[in-house]
Design a protein around this ligand. Structure first.
Ligand code: PHE
Length: 340
């Protein structure tokens, strides 16, 4: 009996088989257990011989089973180590690294450039009221920008003046002049909204407003500031800019600034060619605006500008169309060197 069971134990090739052998030998109804039960029917002399013999057998079988179990477990571990070894010669999986969206990237660059010139960052709400977006900025009551054709109006209750999605960042000029004492030097980055949709217009786009209010500020400061800005932004003095007379209700005199560019294939290239892209509006803050903020225009003057961030990104990265800026197309981003 012992020889047969011991042989089975040695031959067991997995833990399940080994356990079955243990049960059939030492389990409640196992062969050895049944023999132990027969001890009761034996004579005392017989029992004295068979008792220790059976107990010895039981111990030896238990020891053999434990030894076999350890051997099987070691073998399993060795096999796993052999097959699951790390192959250090395998090329590592590429880690996808994201980058900022071109608009966010340009926003950050603008904040850094103007911080170097001493401008702090100010903010205002996207949902603006008529006073800050239009009235305080010297818009006459019948100005076309107040038309629903150009401006998104919010629903309003009976007799209430509807709120608007701000059509420019200029209302932050008003908020700043009304809450802080001059001298002021701020930029206000943010989203603005207009009913518009073509290659260079989207219903939501980004502006950075600039405002300087002090006692002896003049047009020369305005031009110098913006020409320095263009050189810093495009990282060269070679990008030509021009000021064109224009009209805004909240500045007098007013101008728009264009930069020279050309189309090369389906890309845009800044600094050469015979095309001009308008990138910002600017001017000397109108006395009525200074007055509507509770300041004395005979004491304080200043200049303001509002630039199109998306336009600047188009020029800097050679993107010919504004619309993909607002579509989640990772191939477009990748094409211009941005990773989604
Ligand atoms: N708010 C004007 C626009 O959106 C830009 C501007 C800002 C012009 C400040 C002059 C001064 O077109």
């Amino acid at each position: 009996l012992e020889a047969r069971i011991a042989k089975d134990i040695e031959a067991a090739s997995d833990l399940k088989t080994l356990d079955d052998i243990r049960v059939s030998a030492l389990g409640k109804k196992g062969e050895v257990s049944l023999k132990m039960r027969e001890l009761g029917k034996m004579s005392p002399e017989e029992r004295q011989v068979m008792g220790p013999a059976l107990n010895g057998l039981k111990d030896r079988l238990n020891t053999a089973i434990e030894a076999r179990k350890t051997a099987l477990e070691d073998a399993a571990l060795d096999a796993a180590l052999a097959t699951e070894r790390v192959d250090i010669s395998m090329p590592a999986a590429r880690e996808a690294k994201g980058s900022l969206h071109p608009v966010a990237q340009v926003m950050e660059e603008l904040a850094v450039i103007f911080a170097d010139m001493g401008f702090a960052v100010a903010e205002g709400p996207d949902v603006e009221d008529d006073f800050h977006n239009f009235t305080a900025l010297n818009f006459p009551p019948d100005h076309p920008a107040r038309d629903t054709h150009d401006t998104f109006f919010m629903k309003a209750g009976e007799g209430e003046t509807p709120k608007v999605l701000r059509t420019h960042t200029s209302p932050v000029q008003i908020r700043t002049m009304m809450s802080e004492k001059p001298p002021l030097r701020i930029i206000a980055p943010g989203r603005v909204y207009r009913c518009d949709w073509d290659q260079t217009h989207t219903p939501m786009f980004h502006q950075v407003e600039g405002l300087v209010i002090d006692k002896e500020t003049h047009m020369g400061h305005l031009k110098g500031c913006l020409i320095d800005f263009i050189a810093a932004f495009f990282e060269t003095d070679a990008v030509e800019a021009r000021f064109r007379p224009h009209h805004f209700p909240f500045t007098e005199p007013s101008a728009e600034m264009d930069v020279r560019y050309e189309r090369v294939g389906d890309a845009v290239k800044v600094g050469s060619g015979d095309k001009w892209m308008e990138i910002l509006g600017c001017g000397m803050v109108h006395p009525n605006v200074i007055r509507s903020c509770g300041l004395d225009p005979d004491e304080y003057q200043g200049f303001a500008f509002g630039m199109g961030v998306d336009r600047l990104a188009m020029l800097k990265y050679g993107m010919p169309d504004l619309r993909p800026f607002f579509e989640p197309d990772s191939r477009w981003l990748a094409h211009y060197g941005f990773s989604p």
